[in-house]
Design a protein around this ligand. Structure first.
Ligand code: NFE
Length: 503
C-alpha cells in the first residue's frame, strides 16, 4: 500500500514551493518531488536592456539575497573586460555580502527552520521546555533579542554602505558608488563589534568567538560539551537535542557532489572560503564551463536543454507533458550537486565540518551545524575588513560602456553559489541567465534520470506516520530554499497550473 503526501505550500521558506512524497506501508519515503510553482520572467525582461540597468534590476529577484544578485551582476559586467576593482571596493562588497549572509543565516535558523524543533510531537522530550523557551516563535524573548541585536544592526551595516536594505545600491561596475566617511566606518565597526559581543554572550553563552574557533574536530566538540557554558549555548543545545530527536537520520541521501564559487577576498589574493567542486570527496578547481542546465522536467521548451548558461534560453512551456516544476535543473559535469553552507565548508576543507561529516555524514544535522559555524567564522572577518578600508585610496575606477561582450559573475549567496551570465551586443543585453543556489538544490529530475538534491535527501526517510510532516520540514527547510530567487511571478488567475501526470 502506498500513500501520497503533498505539502502545498511548504511554509517558512522563501517563495512558493510544494513537496510531494510517496510513502510505503511502513511510512518510508519511496519517491519525492520538489515543485516550484512560479515562473521567473526576469531573464527575458532583461533582453534589450542596458547591462547596468539589468544588473540593478536583477536584485529584485529576491528581497532576502539582493546583495548577492547585485554583486554577481556587477562582477559579470566587469568580467567581460577582465576589470580589476580597487581593494576598497572588494572590501566593501565583501563586508556587505558577509553581513547579508549572516543575517540570512540567523533569520533562517531561528525563524524558519527552528520552529520545527518545538513541534508538538517532541513535547515529551526532556529538553523540550528548554528548547521551547528559546525557539517558541510567538513567545521567546531570545528570538526577539536576535531581531534587535543581530538582524537590525546587520541590516544597518548593509544600509550604511548601500543606502538601504533590501536592494542596496553600492555595487556598480568599476567598484562601489559610495565612498564611506570616517564616521560611517566607526559606526559600522561599532555595530559589528556589538553583534560579535551579542553572539558571544547570548548565542555562544559566554564562549568567545576566538575560543570557538579553536574547535576543529569532533573530539574538540566533545571536550567543549563538558563546559556547561558551551553545552547550554544555542549550538550546544542543538547538538544535544538535535541528535536526540534524530536530525542526523534526516536528509542523509546526498549526491555527494558539492559546488562553491568562493567568498571573501583576502589581501594576499586568497579567499576566506575557496571555490571548487568536491566530487565524492575529491577536490577539483572550479571551471564554470562545466555548468549546464537541463529542462526535461521543467515547464520550458526541451530543445534548449543541457545548455551552458552563457548560451541559455528560457522559453516557458506551461503545458509541457511530464514537466512538474518551473525550476530548471543545473548540473556540473552533468552531475547533481548540493550547494549551501555545508557545501561551502566542505569545498573549503574546513577542519571541523569535514570531521563532522566524516563522523555523522551529510544530513540535516550537519547542514544546520555548518550554517551556524560559518556565521561565527564570518563575523570577525567583517571587523578585520572594515579596519582595512583606506579612505585615502579609491573605491571606484571609471568603467567604460560595454558595447559588445560576454561575462559571468560568480559569488556566494547565503544559500550557496550564485551565478549571472550576460551577453551584450549594441550596448544592450542579448541574454541574461541567473542560476541561484536553490535552482540547484530544488531542481527536478533531469533527462538522465537524476533527481535534484532536495528530492534525493527525502528518499528513504522514515516518517512517524503517513501524515507526519515534521521530518519533511526538517529536511527541506534544512536546505533553506528560496523559490522566489529560483523562479518568479505568480501564474495566471492566481491558480497553479494543473499538473500533468509526471514521470
Ligand atoms: Ni531568494 Fe538567494 C540566496 C540567491 S536563492 S535567497 O541565498 O541567489 O537560492
Amino acid at each position: 500500500m502506498t500513500h501520497k503526501l503533498v505539502i502545498d505550500p511548504l511554509n517558512r521558506i522563501e517563495g512558493d514551493m510544494a513537496i510531494e512524497v510517496n510513502i510505503d506501508g511502513n511510512n518510508k519515503v519511496t519517491n519525492a518531488k520538489s515543485l516550484g510553482f512560479v515562473y521567473r520572467g526576469f531573464e527575458n525582461i532583461f533582453i534589450g536592456l542596458k547591462p547596468f540597468d539589468a544588473m540593478r534590476l536583477s536584485q529584485r529577484s529576491c528581497g532576502v539575497c539582493p546583495v548577492s544578485h547585485g554583486t554577481a551582476g556587477a562582477e559579470a559586467i566587469e568580467q567581460m573586460i577582465d576589470f580589476k576593482i580597487p581593494r576598497n571596493a572588494e572590501l566593501i562588497r565583501d563586508i556587505v555580502l558577509g553581513a547579508n549572509i549572516i543575517v540570512s543565516h540567523a533569520t533562517h535558523f531561528y525563524f524558519m527552520w527552528g520552529p520545527d524543533l518545538v513541534d508538538d510531537s517532541y513535547r515529551h522530550h526532556g529538553l523540550y521546555n528548554e528548547v521551547l523557551n528559546r525557539f517558541d516563535p510567538l513567545k521567546s524573548d531570545h528570538l526577539k533579542s536576535i531581531l534587535k541585536n543581530a538582524r537590525i544592526p546587520l541590516h544597518s551595516v548593509v544600509a550604511t554602505f548601500g543606502g538601504k536594505f533590501p536592494h542596496p545600491m553600492h555595487a556598480i561596475p568599476g567598484g562601489v558608488c559610495s565612498i564611506p566617511k570616517h564616521i560611517e566606518l566607526i559606526k559600522v565597526d561599532t555595530m559589528l563589534k556589538e553583534v560579535k559581543a551579542f553572539v558571544e554572550k547570548k548565542i555562544l553563552n559566554g564562549i568567545s568567538i576566538e575560543e570557538y574557533m579553536e574547535i576543529r574536530s569532533v573530539d574538540d566538540v566533545n571536550k567543549m560539551m563538558g563546559n556547561p557554558s558551551f553545552a547550554n549555548s544555542d549550538v550546544g543545545l542543538l547538538i544535544r537535542y538535535g541528535q536526540d530527536i534524530g536530525l542526523q537520520k534526516y536528509g542523509e541521501k546526498s549526491p555527494n557532489n558539492f559546488l562553491a564559487y568562493g567568498f571573501g577576498r583576502n589581501k594576499d589574493g586568497s579567499k576566506l572560503f575557496k571555490s571548487g567542486y568536491l566530487q565524492n570527496g575529491k577536490y577539483h578547481a572550479l571551471d564554470q564551463n562545466h555548468i549546464s542546465e537541463d529542462t526535461s522536467h521543467g515547464y520550458y521548451e526541451s530543445e534548449h536543454q543541457w545548455r551552458k548558461p552563457i548560451n541559455g534560453v528560457t522559453r516557458p512551456h506551461p503545458k509541457k507533458r511530464g514537466a512538474y516544476s518551473w525550476i530548471k535543473a543545473p548540473r556540473y559535469f552533468g552531475n547533481v550537486c548540493e550547494l549551501g553552507p555545508l557545501a561551502r565548508q566542505l569545498v573549503n576543507g574546513d577542519p571541523l565540518i569535514t570531521d563532522l561529516v566524516n563522523a555523522f555524514g551529510v544530513n540535516t544535522f550537519t547542514r544546520t551545524i555548518a550554517r551556524l559555524h560559518e556565521t561565527v567564522l564570518i563575523i570577525p572577518k567583517l571587523v578585520e575588513w572594515v579596519a582595512e578600508i583606506d579612505l585615502n585610496k579609491p573605491s571606484y575606477y571609471p568603467f567604460p560602456e560595454i558595447k559588445k561582450g560576454s561575462g559571468y559573475g560568480l559569488v556566494e549567496a547565503p544559500r550557496g553559489a550564485l551565478g549571472h551570465w550576460i551577453n551584450v551586443d549594441n550596448s544592450k543585453c542579448t541574454s541574461y541567465q541567473i542560476i541561484t543556489p536553490t535552482t540547484w538544490n530544488a531542481s527536478p529530475l533531469d533527462s538522465k534520470g537524476q533527481k535534484g538534491a532536495i528530492e534525493q535527501a527525502l528518499i528513504g526517510v522514515q516518517l512517524a506516520n503517513n501524515e507526519s510532516m515534521v521530518e519533511i520540514g526538517h529536511i527541506v527547510r534544512g536546505f533553506d530554499p528560496c523559490i522566489s530567487c529560483s523562479i518568479h511571478a505568480v501564474g495566471q488567475n492566481k491558480k497553479r497550473i494543473n499538473l500533468e501526470p509526471s514521470v
